[in-house]
Structures are given as C-alpha cells and as structure tokens.
Design a protein around this ligand. Structure first.
Ligand code: NAG
Ligand code: NAG
Ligand code: NAG
Ligand code: NAG
Ligand code: NAG
Ligand code: NAG
Ligand code: NAG
Ligand code: NAG
Length: 809
C-alpha cells in the first residue's frame, strides 16, 4: 500500500479511502479487541493512523503509524526486523498487558517490553503520533507503561527526542530503513552523542562516521538550527534527567518531521495543513564539506573555494601527488614537529567548525587563559578552543584534527587556537587575517549567488517557508585531460564500452582505484566552458537511485567529458536480447526494473527541480548496477546539446528509431509525453525480450507495438510475455504491464498518461486502467512510410540517428 516517493494523485485517492473507512474509527484498543489488516486506529484529531502496511511489490507486512494526510509517510514501524510474510497479522494486548503482534500461527513476532504491570491496559494512539500503553482510567496523562516515542524508527516528530533519557536509561536514536520500500533496519543510524560536547552524528554500519554536526557551543549547534524562526525551532536540553535534541512547531497547522533516509541523509520536512506534499526544509549532510573528514586529517574544507581543501597553517599534504589530484583524503602532516620548545604559540581561527572530538579533554569551568596554559603544558596538545560561548569552558584537542570546515557563524565567538612552532608563528598573524578574509569573502560571494546564500541560511535555520532545498551545495570534481586519458588507457579501443548519440563511452580507473565510465562528448555541442559547466552542474544535481551518478567532468580545449559511476552489469539490452542471458531475468526482476525506470523518469519529469526530458530512452541507456537495479543514463545530455530546453521544437533530432514518438520523429516536437512513449516501448521490450525495431512476425509486418496491440485486441495479450519467464510471472502484474505499456505508446501525446500515473498504475494492484487506443506507428508502419523514411536516413544496423530536418518543418 505504501509507495514512496509522494505522488499527489495517489495521496488523494487514499485520503478518500480513509475517509470512507473512518466511520467507527477509534483511537483506543482495549484488551478484548484486536487489529487486523484493513483495520486501523485513528488518533482523535485524525492526524495519525496505526495499522498494517506493505511496501513495494513484496508481500511482507508491517505494523506502523502513518499520517492520515500522507499515508505513504510511515513515521514508525513496530516489527522492523520481523516482517510478517503474509497479511494475516493480529495486534492485541496479551494477558501480561503487553502489546503483541501475532502472525497467522499465533506466534509472537513483536512485542512491547514495558516496565510496569497494568490492571486494565489500553493501547491509545495519540494525536502526536505516539502509540502508548496505559491504564484505562489513568488520570495522569503521561503515565505510560510503554510508548512508541521511546523507540523511534527513522523519523522524529514533534514531541519525540533524539538523545538520552536518564530516568529510563533509554537512548532515542534513528535507524534508517534498508531501502525506500524495506523498513527493516538499514545501515545508518543518527544519534545525539553526549560524550564531551553534544553533537549529532550519522554513522554507517555502526562505526563509519559519515557526518557529524558542529559541537554544542553552549547555545546552539550551528548546523542544526539557529535560535528561532516563525514556525518551528529546535530545542536542546541538557540537565540531570535528560540530554536531547528535539523540534517544536510554533503554529498549529503544520507537521514537521526529520527522517534519516536509507542512504544516510537526515532531512527535515514540513507539511502544511491541507497539503499532501512535503517540503524539504533542511538536509544534512548538505554540501561536500559536510562529508565527514572530507579533507583528511589536519585539512580544512572550504565549500565555495577552489581548491576546496587546504592544509592548516604549519601543515603540508601527506602526499602532494594525491593532493594535486584533488584526492585529499590522506590529509596533512606537520611541516615541523612540535617538541614543546620555546616560542611555540597559537594562531586563532574563527568561523570554523571545531574538529571532531576524538582525543580531547574538556574543562567546564576553565577560562581561555588557563586553557592556553594547559595546552602548552602537554606536547601532544594540538589546539584548544572555548567550548562554551557563554563563559568559561576549555576544550583541548590531541592528535590529528579531523573534519574542520568553514562555517558562517559570525555571532558565536567560538575560536580554534591552533598550536604552531615559533617558525610558523611569524607568518601566522597575516595568515590568520587571511583566513578570516577568505571566510568573509566567501560569505559575501555566497550572498551574490542566490542559491549559495540560501544554502548558508538553510544550514542554520529551519526555514519557515517550505522551499524545496534541492542540492545547492553540489559541485563537481574537475579532472584534467591527462588524468582522464591515463584513467581510460588513452581512450583505447579495449576500454571502449560503447557509442551513443552523444559520444563514446570508455571504462576508466581513477588513481583512487574507483572504476568509472567516461563519456567523451562528440564535438558539436558548441558550448563554451562556462555554459557547459553550468549545464553539468544542473545534471549533477539530479540524484536518484534510478539515475546513474555523475562523478566528475573534464573541460579542456574542445574536449568535454562526463565521468560517471561505473555499472558492472552493463546495460539492459545486453541481457534482454540475448537468449541465454534473458532467461536469467525472472519476472520479479523485470517488474522491478520497469518500476525503477518509471521512478527515475518520474523524478526527471516531475520531482527534480528542473524538468528534464530525456529524449533518448532505450534499453542501452538503462544500466544495471551490481544488484541489477536499473539506472537511467544519458539524462540531461539533450540540454547540453541544445541549450534551451523550453523550446518545444528542435531542428536536430536526437534519438533512436523504435523509441521515438510519432510527433518527435516527424515534427521534431517533444515533451514529457515523448519520453512516456519511449518508456512504453521499453516496457513492452522488457516483458517480451524483443526489440521493437526489427521485430518480425510471420503473420503480419507490424512492429512490436503493433503486435502487442493486435494481441491485446484479440484478448491474447499474455502471449506477448517472454516464454522464459512463464514459470515465474504474476499474471495480474503482467496484464497491468501490458496495458500500461500500450497506454504509453498511444499515438496522440495527450492520451498518454503522465509518469506519475504510470508509477501509480504499475505499483497499485487495485488501480483501474483505461483501455488503450491504437499505438503510434501502427498505421504508418503498415503503410510502409516510416520504413521508407528509415531506409533513407540511415543503414538499418545503426542504432542512433541524427537527422537535420529542413527549415520550416
Ligand atoms: C505474493 O502473494 C501472491 C499471492 O499469495 C503470490 O502469488 C506471490 O508469489 C507472492 N509474492 C512474493 C514476492 O512472495
Ligand atoms: C509465525 O512465527 C513463527 C515463529 O517466528 C514461525 O515459526 C511460523 O512459521 C510463523 N507462521 C507464519 C504463518 O508465518
Ligand atoms: C526488556 O527490557 C529489559 C530491561 O528493561 C531488558 O533487559 C530486556 O532485554 C528487554 N527485552 C526485550 C525483548 O527487549
Ligand atoms: C556496511 O555497509 C555497506 C553498505 O553501506 C554494506 O554493503 C555492508 O555489508 C556493510 N558491512 C557490514 C559489516 O555491515
Ligand atoms: C530537564 O529539562 C526538561 C525540559 O526542559 C524539563 O522538563 C525537566 O524538568 C528538566 N529536569 C531537571 C531536573 O531540571
Ligand atoms: C625542537 O624543534 C625546533 C624546530 O622547531 C628545533 O630547532 C629544536 O632543536 C627542537 N628541540 C628539540 C629538543 O628537539
Ligand atoms: C571548577 O569547578 C569545580 C567544581 O565543579 C570547583 O571545585 C573549582 O574550584 C572550579 N574551578 C574554577 C577555576 O572555577
Ligand atoms: C598529554 O595528553 C595526553 C592525551 O590526553 C595524555 O595521554 C598524556 O598523558 C598527557 N601528557 C602529559 C605530560 O600530561
């Protein structure tokens, strides 16, 4: 039932459903009642709902809490690591007064673990989203024997806390979902660490830090929040009973949540009353410098500077060669080792995030003067800082200084005093000033470049207006030609992976060992370096699990290259159109591939900030990662080659016959609906393992679309499915796929569904689908006109066409 991301179409239909179901809805379950699939508790203000849900295409079901206004937003899951394998679970209250989740054979798969025995227990879903177990007639409204807020999943809501409750001894922290449609425990945790100075941390696999916030400075945590905003604010509590971070809203009709995504990004979202669409208001890590230890030990990351990484004063790169290759992770070492000799002193750095608290000492009531003396006493003390901007407090840092970056935090008066030998101190006064100038300058230039300025503000505030944040911090490593050339073995034929409409692709290995695919663009884009870089930065911002990620780019002379992550499993055509390999693609896998492509395309069309039309969807542009997840490649390239995307007509047709919609192939008109056409062709190819182009049938001379249409009309559509998946396929899914495929390839663009409907129709068992009309190229092909066109323009074997249509067409 639950599908992410959000589709407004979907939300509306569900809201209507839950309204109908609402009669008899209650927020309390007593010990003689139970909840099964389809039955729910709804909080009194109708904000939250508790019940069973399933995700993706699996049959597993989970007990969870979601928002009535946004049912795909599951905020809490009970049985995360013990999914019910069917939909026949029951939630009830046991004789012991615990909430228990039973499977079909009445075994307990999940249970609460309360500290108190209740006489007459009830489960109550509160309007805050908290599920509590309490005495039926309890007058004390906070006297719960158990509450879901004590066991957060991946989300905190208003009223929840991230951190420690010393009374109960419980730590509240977030654990990501395994994937967007798998609520089981994922790789990432988000915690409020309180050893030393409190700070937020996101950790992968329990040990690898991927992000940490600045430490608590006595008043706030720079990354997380400033003091207050019109609608929401963050709260920090540190006293004898608790130490935590929380959020609160200052007006009633908004909902706010912070969710740790399956890929380890903590994102704050805001939902206005009456709306079903969440606005992202903050995202951490936010920019490259937020990645933990980005510049290595003793390096400073400066987000808007080039080079981004700098060694601290008195330090030099550990490996100059790697540093020059923009690979700073090995960090910096002291030019001259400290030895407690005479003349050692300190240089003051302002507007920096203090280094991570790895080897440190904290003296809560020591003044800055005493702090300095304390540091000088110990030869391994590298730096000190004022730990509390309100007064005394001394932080001593030993060993390497890790994860320092520039921040825009003029108000705080928190400083890092870096220890230097006498020889470095002479030059340090001027340098100290320089570092300050750099920071100020970058802040000012940031203000000039609108997006960057916003990023700084976002870092520090929960903004009142739910502006979608995008990824304004993105910028992309620039590789020089020689580096790329060496990586690809001088663009040798053996490294060549393929050739497409926009240029050739080579496999390469960077000096870091990372494998990449290098796309060397053909030379007719005609863009200058700045214009090209702008476009590439736009493309780099498009980030989705079903899009191939951009690793870097190269601009030198006439050369324009894009460097992508390498996909070990080649492309879809490699599997699909080979008899042996295609039989390794079982039905479920094919269905997941179809859904993945649909989601990627939906993101390009609708969910990303720029609306991107792909214009060259085809099986060879669908790459497969190590787990056979589909990733769309070559997206956004049409922008580079055309410049202005708003123009709906183009003289040069970039595309591949067999996938091009009629209006595009003949008139050069394109729109998102042309991509929908291409997607329909892809879909039909995926389930039939046959190419549209070059399809042959003894009984007629239609292409694959025509063939599918004829079978559909005769009620024999299932014959389209590749025989090799017959053993594994799910008939209802297959039927839906064929129908959706035919809807997408309808002749007239206005009849084709938008990608949001496509995703909805594919993912929802119960969706009603309209009957398709005749596909594009049905008549044309049989009359032979398109064939004639094809033969004239290109030899049949060529995959890609570049046609210049006559003026005035
Ligand atoms: C889901 O349930 C249906 C019907 O019970 C079954 O045919 C199908 O194989 C199940 N799918 C999975 C992925 O287990
Ligand atoms: C119920 O759970 C028990 C214990 O986990 C398991 O052995 C049993 O197979 C499950 N029954 C069903 C129908 O899933
Ligand atoms: C229940 O809580 C007790 C202490 O609070 C703990 O020792 C025990 O492991 C918990 N059991 C489960 C199943 O969580
Ligand atoms: C660590 O995380 C990665 C993915 O981030 C995962 O593939 C790997 O199995 C994890 N390793 C361990 C030991 O959990
Ligand atoms: C700790 O702070 C919380 C939140 O402000 C407050 O409710 C609680 O009473 C405080 N505890 C003590 C011992 O001050
Ligand atoms: C300490 O280092 C300085 C150089 O910074 C050097 O001149 C001096 O001899 C060293 N002293 C000792 C005791 O090693
Ligand atoms: C620091 O605090 C301790 C008690 O917490 C007190 O004994 C000591 O005198 C204080 N030192 C200073 C310099 O204020
Ligand atoms: C210096 O500090 C380190 C780290 O805290 C500590 O292990 C060492 O004993 C200290 N040395 C002296 C002489 O105080």
């Amino acid at each position: 039932m639950v599908v992410r991301p959000i589709f407004s179409f979907f939300c509306i239909s569900i809201v209507v459903l839950s309204l109908l179901r609402m009669s008899g809805a209650t927020d309390i379950m007593s010990s003689v009642q139970s909840i099964r699939k389809g039955e729910t508790l709804v909080s009194s203000g109708r904000k939250f709902e508790l019940g069973f849900f399933s995700t993706g295409s699996s049959n597993n079901s989970f007990l969870g809490i979601w928002l009535v206004a946004s049912p795909e937003t599951v905020v809490w899951v009970a049985n995360r690591n013990s999914a019910l394998t069917d939909s026949k679970g029951t939630l009830e209250i046991s004789y012991e007064g615990e909430l228990v989740l039973l499977n079909q054979s009445k075994s307990v798969v999940w249970s609460t673990n309360s500290t108190k025995v209740l006489g007459n227990p009830v489960a109550h879903l509160l309007d805050s989203g908290n599920l509590v177990l309490r005495e039926r007639n309890s007058l004390d409204s906070t006297d719960y024997s158990w509450q879901s807020f004590d066991y957060p999943s991946d989300t905190i809501l208003v009223g929840m806390t991230l951190g420690w409750n010393f009374r109960t001894g419980l730590e509240h922290y977030l654990t990501s979902w395994r994937s967007v449609d798998d609520p089981s425990l994922g790789d990432y945790t988000g915690k409020y660490k309180i050893d030393g100075l409190p700070q937020l941390e996101i950790v992968r696999n329990g040990s690898v830090k991927v992000y940490r916030s600045a430490p608590w400075n006595g008043v706030y945590i720079n990354d997380v929040a400033e003091v207050s905003t019109p609608v929401a604010r963050s709260i920090f509590v540190h006293n004898e009973t608790a130490a935590y971070f929380a959020i609160e809203t200052l007006i009633d009709d908004i909902t706010i949540r912070i969710t740790l995504s399956p890929d380890g990004v903590a994102q704050a979202f805001l939902l206005k009353s009456g709306s079903t669409k969440w606005d992202m208001i903050q995202s951490l890590p936010y920019d490259p410098c937020d990645n933990y230890g980005y510049c290595g030990a003793n390096g400073v990351c400066r987000v808007n500077q080039s080079p981004r990484c700098l060694c601290l004063q008195g330090f030099i790169p550990k490996s100059q060669a790697e540093w020059d290759m923009l690979n700073p992770a090995r960090g910096c070492i002291r030019k001259v080792p400290l030895n407690c000799s005479r003349g050692e002193g300190f240089m003051r750095l302002s507007q920096v995030k203090l280094p991570d608290l790895i080897d440190f000492q904290l003296f809560k009531n020591m003044s800055l003067k005493e702090c300095k003396v304390e540091c000088l006493k110990n030869c391994s003390c590298m730096a000190y800082a004022n730990s509390d901007i309100r007064g005394p407090g001394c932080l001593l840092c030993f060993g390497n200084l890790i994860d320092i970056r520039d921040i825009n935090d003029d108000g705080s008066h928190q400083y890092l005093f870096l220890r230097l030998p006498a020889s470095e101190l002479d030059s340090s006064r001027s340098l100290s000033n320089k570092l300050v100038t750099i920071t100020v300058a970058s802040a000012i230039s940031g203000l000039l470049i609108g997006g960057t300025a916003l990023s700084i503000i976002w870092k520090r505030r929960m903004k009142s207006q739910g502006l979608p944040s995008g990824m304004d911090g993105i910028d992309l490593p620039l590789y020089d030609f020689d580096t790329v050339s060496v990586a690809s073995n001088h663009f040798s034929q053996t490294n060549k992976l393929g050739e497409g409409g926009f240029g050739s692709v080579y496999k390469g290995t960077l000096s870091t060992g990372q494998e990449v695919a290098i796309k060397r663009l053909s030379k007719y884009s005609g863009q200058g370096p700045d214009e090209f870089m702008n476009e590439v930065l736009l493309i780099a911002r498009l980030q989705h699990r079903n899009l191939v990620g951009l690793v870097g780019c190269c601009i030198e002379g006439d050369e324009r290259m894009l460097i992508y992550e390498y996909m070990p499993n080649k492309s879809l055509d490699y599997f699909l159109f080979d008899h042996d390999r295609s039989s390794s693609l079982a039905w479920k896998r094919r269905f997941d591939i179809v859904l993945g492509i649909a989601r990627g395309l939906l993101y390009l069309h609708q969910d990303s900030k720029l609306q991107v039309i792909h214009r060259d969807l085809k099986t060879s542009n669908i790459l497969l990662d190590a787990d056979i997840n589909p990733k769309i490649s070559d997206f956004g390239l049409a922008r580079i080659f055309r410049g202005d995307d708003t123009e709906a007509q183009t003289r040069r047709i970039v595309g591949t016959y067999g996938y091009m919609s009629p209006e595009y192939a003949f008139d050069g008109k394109f729109s998102v609906k042309s991509d929908v056409f291409g997607f329909g062709v892809l879909l039909l190819e995926i389930i039939s393992s046959k190419r549209n182009r070059g399809f042959q049938h003894p009984d007629h001379h239609h292409n694959l679309l025509g063939h599918a249409w004829l079978l559909w009309r005769e009620g024999r559509a299932m014959e389209l499915i590749d025989e090799s998946v017959c053993a594994s396929f799910v008939e209802s899914q297959a039927e839906r796929c064929i129908q959706v495929g035919l809807l997408c390839v309808q002749k007239f663009p206005e009849n084709r569904p938008a990608m949001s409907s496509v995703v909805f129709m594919l993912a929802n068992e119960g969706a009603t689908l309209p009957p398709p009309k005749e596909p594009g190229f049905f008549v044309e092909r049989s009359s032979g006109s398109l064939d004639a066109h094809l033969v004239r323009e290109e030899p049949f074997t060529a995959n890609v066409v570049m046609v210049t249509l006559p003026e005035g067409r």
